[in-house]
Design a protein around this ligand. Structure first.
Ligand code: HEM
Length: 180
């Protein structure tokens, strides 16, 4: 997984808790270093271990921690890839275009990265259906990112996000609806 995701997880833990909490987490996850470069790719297992331990420390299920972390990620991800975002896009447009504009760009820049495949269907002006497919089973993160995008575009009170399958599968469907 992209080093940026690790660095943002580190910042998330440091800001929600403190630096000592991060050091404890790195130890509990059995890692030798808690520093990550955005130019490197690190084993997925290290992220699972860190998220798993963070959930234990916070006393919440890992899926819930994934969601919170997904929400937290959005402003930084948007900042890094803002050149691929059209100024007129809102939450649903962003979702409709993530696969081609953002995730494809990630694949082009770093062939060793593998963001999930998102098949996004625009059902109508106010609804999209996201089909998330990834062996990493991080559907909770996907749900969190959608909520984070709604907040980013200042539409949180109008956007309803409903996973219609278990969030833990390799394939997760997420229904997103905007109140007209
Ligand atoms: C909006 C701009 C977005 C950017 C710039 C972005 C970028 C990225 C990057 C850099 C990664 C790491 C990939 C890797 O290390 O292989 C990633 C992973 C991921 N992305 Fe996105 N993403 C965006 C939107 C979304 C959206 C809208 C969703 C879900 C609806 C999503 C779901 C995920 C998930 C769940 C992962 C974790 C890896 C996995 O499950 O296989 N992303 N994304």
């Amino acid at each position: 997984m992209h080093g940026t995701i690790f660095s943002l997880l580190k910042r998330y833990v440091q800001t929600q808790y403190d630096h000592a909490a991060w050091v404890r987490l790195v130890e509990a996850a059995g890692l030798t270093s808690g520093d990550f470069s955005h130019k490197e790719v690190y084993p997925d297992e290290h992220l699972y271990a860190l998220v798993g331990q963070a959930a234990v420390a916070a006393g919440i299920p890992p899926g819930e921690l994934h969601e919170k972390f997904g929400e937290y990620l959005v402003p930084d991800l948007m900042y890094m890839y803002k050149r691929f975002v059209k100024p007129e896009w809102r939450t649903l447009d962003m979702l409709e275009h993530t696969e081609h504009s953002m995730h494809n760009q990630v694949r082009r820049e770093h062939p060793e990265n593998s963001p999930p495949v998102l098949n996004v269907q625009r059902l109508n002006e106010n609804e999209v259906l996201i089909d998330y497919v990834s062996p990493r089973r991080m559907g909770g993160l996907a749900v969190g990112i959608v909520r984070g995008l709604a907040a980013y575009f200042d539409e949180a009170d109008r956007i309803d996000v409903q996973p219609t399958t278990s969030e833990e599968g390799q394939r997760v469907q997420i229904h997103v609806r905007r109140t007209p």
